[in-house]
Design a protein around this ligand. Structure first.
Ligand code: UDP
Ligand code: MG
Length: 318
């Protein structure tokens, strides 16, 4: 019988673990799906990992791991993919904002031959205005950069074992899971779902973390910002050509004297362009630096008893 793995990254979600585990295992049993739940505690500072160990001790279908510190949701997803043993893997949030009722449908689609099932949000659910604005801006920029509608796409998706192995085989550290499944291709189908309200606790994204996430993903997935540097250079050159002609004409007509304001403005404008460009290039150098160091995406500090002996990432329980 085919096995379905459900990967659930969790950061400070102590209130959600027991409930989510219960809801999902009941749903799987009801639909007669052979399943495993893989909880990854992303260096949670609360009792999340203790809760995972508790549910794992009671239910052999549940496995889990704890990171040595917070590595971010992206790392959590990849650790979960690594730990998952299923023939198909679903990634979802552990706050039940991704409705579990959709899972049996995704499973059916997989059984009928789909290799990737993309969860598409029909609405973004209830969010604060600030969050909506920042997330909205973030997804707008991202959509432009990677030429894909990011506003509706999500991390809620099913991947066939083949696709999981492709993603796990990628050598890069800076990954962007949401876009990578598009990039990988394969027989893809979509399923629309309504974002639910968070069960317990609060969203883990601040405006700042969302901004960092946006920059990291944009630079890890697109080189468009680098090309923008060239575009800005071309604009500057055109601009300076116009001014050069004007200056020369004035000089030849012996009417050149003032022009101090123009000089100041030009210095500021060009200085701004140059610094912005250096910043953009700097981000890419930072990415290259991180990749070259070749450090692991995450460090696992502990796994639940039923995972012992398996090699997970660079880590093996001794
Ligand atoms: N998450 C994580 N590491 C982080 C931040 C979030 O593993 O550093 C998990 C979190 O526990 C949740 C999922 O990612 O299961 C989505 O996070 P959240 O619900 O806070 O985001 P939102 O739904 O508000 O976009
Ligand atoms: Mg959430």
């Amino acid at each position: 019988m085919a096995l379905l793995s459900i990967v659930l990254p969790a950061y400070n979600e102590e209130q959600n673990i027991a409930n989510t585990a219960k809801v999902l295992s009941e749903l799987m049993t009801e639909n007669q799906i052979d399943y495993e739940l893989v909880f990854i505690s992303d260096g949670s500072k609360d009792q999340t990992y203790e809760e995972i160990k508790k549910v794992a001790a009671k239910n052999p279908h549940i496995r889990g791991a704890q990171f040595s510190r917070n590595f971010g949701k992206e790392a959590g997803i990849f650790a979960g993919l690594e730990l998952a043993t299923g023939d198909a893997v679903i990634v979802m949030d552990c706050d039940l904002q991704h409705p579990p009722q959709v899972i049996p449908q995704m499973w059916e689609m997989w059984k009928n031959g789909a290799e990737v099932v993309e969860g598409i949000k029909s609405s973004r659910g209830k969010e604060s205005v600030g969050h909506k604005l920042s997330a909205g801006l973030f997804y707008k920029i991202m959509s432009k950069l990677i030429k894909m509608d990011m506003n509706a796409s999500s991390d809620f998706k099913l991947l066939d074992r083949k696709v999981v192995d492709v993603l796990l085989g990628l050598p890069e550290r800076n990954t962007f899971f949401r876009a990578l499944s598009f990039w990988a291709g394969f027989k893809t189908e979509t399923i629309t779902y309504e974002v639910q309200e968070r069960q317990f606790g609060e969203s883990k994204w601040s405006l700042w973390s969302l901004m960092k996430y946006a920059i990291a993903n944009a630079t890890s997935f697109s080189t468009l910002p680098l090309q923008m540097v060239t575009v800005m250079g071309v604009i500057s050159i055109l601009f300076s050509l116009v001014l050069a002609v004007q200056t020369l004409v004035k000089f030849l007509m012996h009417t050149a004297q003032e022009g101090f304001t123009t000089v100041i403005l030009l210095v500021l404008l060009i200085g701004g362009f140059i610094m912005l460009s250096l910043g953009v290039i700097g981000h890419y150098i930072a990415r290259i630096y991180e990749e070259v160091k070749g450090r692991p995406k995450y460090i696992i500090s502990d796994v639940t008893d039923n995972v012992q002996g398996e090699v997970v990432g660079a880590w093996k329980k001794r």
